[in-house]
Ligand binder design. Structure first.
Ligand code: BEZ
Length: 211
């Protein structure tokens, strides 16, 4: 049974280049981005892990911790991290799970045999502080991910968890939001002090409430 949005994610303890990582303890009260990549010493993965490291201030601003995973050993990760640091102008300081026994990959459905036999594809899981799965995306091995998109989704989730809005196409932090359908326009006008524009009865826009 694959994981679905809203599920409590399964806990695990697995080795990494930083020692044993327990997901629930590591995540604690933070959001977690768990992402798999096919293998160490591969070019696209090298750029991805470098970017996640360079984005450290952006993760911290949002109370997010990152965990990478591949089915290589911790020793291999340590050697590869030297290359990532050298070539990507960063210092990788987050755990890369050493999932050589595929314990976590199998638990999270990260191996897609018809795509990459026995290697993890590019899966991304956004997990909230209550350990609920809030997003999962799977990319093919040949396509590097856009981690600004992952940050954008986290911005949307953190906003919409606390305000009765949703975020429209291509939304980014600071843009106008959509009023959720469950609120009448009259109630929305009372709720959103910055105003509500009714384009259609079902399409109401309001400035981002927490800006
Ligand atoms: C890469 O990370 O560069 C890569 C890995 C597996 C297949 C294709 C590309």
């Amino acid at each position: 049974m694959s994981l679905q949005l809203g599920d409590t994610v399964p806990d695990f303890t697995q080795d990494s280049q930083l020692g044993q990582i327990n997901l629930y303890d590591f995540g604690a009260d933070s959001w977690v981005v768990l992402f798999s990549h096919p293998a160490d010493y591969t070019p696209v993965c090298t750029t991805e892990l470098g970017e996640v490291s360079r984005l450290r201030p952006e993760w911290e601003k949002r109370n997010v911790k990152t965990i990478a995973l591949s089915v290589d050993s911790a020793e291999s990760h340590n050697g590869w991290i030297c290359d990532i640091n050298e070539t990507q102008n960063t210092t990788v300081d987050y755990p890369i799970l050493a999932d050589a026994d595929k314990k976590v990959s199998d638990l999270y459905g990260m191996i897609h045999p018809n795509s990459l036999n026995n290697l993890t594809v590019r899966s991304v899981f956004i997990i909230d502080p209550n350990k609920k799965l809030r997003l999962q995306i799977t990319y093919p091995a040949s396509t590097g991910r856009n981690f600004h998109e992952i940050l954008r989704v986290i911005d949307s989730l953190q906003l919409t968890d606390h305000h009765s809005v949703a975020t429209p196409v291509n939304w980014k932090d600071g843009d106008d939001c959509v009023v959720v359908p469950s609120i009448s326009t009259e109630d929305a006008r009372a709720k959103f002090a910055k105003g509500v524009t009714e384009i259609k009865p079902y399409l109401r826009m309001t400035p981002q409430p927490n800006k």
